[in-house]
Design a protein around this ligand. Structure first.
Ligand code: FEO
Length: 401
């Protein structure tokens, strides 16, 4: 029995799931696992769209051989050279030595960096706008630089309206049976992980993602086949494109407040909780509170892309910002966070500095509005702190309206 999904009479999903990996790219926790998707078209000629990570190579090659059923593999289209998709490319070449590799010039250079097999004799190089007709399908190639590496491209099957979108429209999370997003209550069950995937992996490259969306907007897309997660068709495509347009333009998805605190002995934590309660009493109920010491920064970055208002609360530590919040601010800047309204809460038992430093960090991001007052605690929440928190809650409420 083979874990294969038939998507059209000619096209099959032949990817695999990894539920054992702790950290994707050795940095992002993936408690729901991840899928590595590859696709095989079997027509007059056989075409493989990308390969997979080492973790699922065994099942992948079994599935590939099963579907080929003794036929040779004619083409491998390499849309993205990152090893989570191409770790098994050299092995594929060994098994199917006659396969031509369709890719762009940048991909050839990367293949040479990762592998020692002879790519020059196998490469069929394509560039923006080129088309190839293979096995009765005409494929158009669209370059997608920095979505997520410089060599990335997407391939559009103009015959069936299928976009092989590489990392774009991918999602963290292993596929549990159903391959189509429409069948798995995607918005409720997987949107958070889709956002965390997007924001952490390509969040920095909003303009490049927007450029790809613009080019894709001119295509009559009926199905999207990404390299991670679920296949999109029907209304799911427009719904997900709308999310991408928001994320790529750093537009908040929701009016709401993300409060992230870094607290050593609980004083800063208490201030954050009090502020959340004050906001609720003003009718602002879309509030999420996180302890930066207890939540991986990839989740905090993702939440920051979601909400319109961000409040950072941090102790002063070594005359700087308590490190979990400092780490978040560094990560937000690295991912080009912009267009948000910000509140700041600082704590310092003898020399509060974190407010000034957080303000400086935020000021380096584009179009960020820092609200007054910057709330100050001296160790614990005092009556003066409560007064300042109430003023900050008022300012947040006013800015929302
Ligand atoms: Fe899923 Fe950029 O690789």
């Amino acid at each position: 029995m083979y874990n294969i999904r038939k998507l059209t009479p000619q096209l099959y999903w032949i990817g695999g799931n990894d539920r054992r990996l702790a950290l994707f790219e050795n940095v992002y926790p993936i408690p729901q696992g991840v899928s590595y998707n590859a696709y095989l078209s079997i027509g007059e000629e056989t075409v493989l769209f990308d390969t997979v990570d080492h973790a699922v190579s065994g099942i992948f090659f079994d599935n590939l051989a099963h579907l080929l059923n003794g036929r040779k593999l004619d083409y491998i289209i390499v849309n993205h050279m990152e090893p989570d998709h191409c770790a098994t490319l050299a092995d594929a070449v060994l098994r199917y030595p006659d396969a031509k590799i369709i890719c762009n010039a940048k991909t050839v250079a990367m293949i040479k960096q990762f592998f020692s097999f002879d790519i020059d004799s196998r490469a069929q190089i394509v560039k923006e706008g080129d088309t190839l007709t293979i096995g009765g399908h005409t494929y158009a190639f669209v370059m997608a630089p920095m979505v997520h590496w410089p060599e990335a491209m997407v391939t559009f099957d103009t015959t069936d309206g299928i976009l092989f979108s590489a990392d774009a429209f991918g999602t963290f999370g292993a596929i549990s049976g159903s391959i189509y997003a429409k069948d798995v209550d995607f918005e409720n069950r997987h949107l958070d992980e889709a956002r965390r995937y997007y924001t952490n992996i390509v969040g920095k490259y909003g303009p490049q993602v927007a450029a790809l969306l613009k080019k894709a907007g001119g295509l009559d897309i009926k199905m999207v086949c990404p390299l991670h997660g679920w296949v999109l068709d029907g209304e799911q495509i427009g719904w997900f494109v709308d999310k991408y347009q928001k994320w790529a333009s750093y537009t908040p998805e929701e009016k709401g407040v993300l409060i992230v605190y870094g607290s050593v002995y609980g004083g800063t934590e208490n201030a954050a909780e009090i502020l959340a309660g004050m906001l609720a009493e003003k009718g602002i109920t879309n509030v999420a509170v996180y302890d930066a010491s207890a939540t991986h920064v990839s989740y905090l970055l993702s939440e920051a892309f979601k909400y319109s208002h961000l409040v950072f609360a941090a102790s002063t530590y070594n005359a700087g910002i308590f490190t979990p919040v400092e780490n978040l601010l560094t990560d937000l800047a690295a991912h080009s966070m912009q267009n948000r309204t910000v509140g700041l809460i600082q704590n310092g038992s003898w020399a509060p500095m974190s407010g000034k430093l957080m303000g400086e960090a935020v000021s380096k991001m584009k179009n960020m509005t820092v609200l007054e007052p910057v709330v100050t605690l001296r160790s614990t929440v005092s009556e003066q702190t409560v007064t300042e928190l109430a003023a900050l809650a008022d300012a947040i409420a006013a800015s929302m309206n």
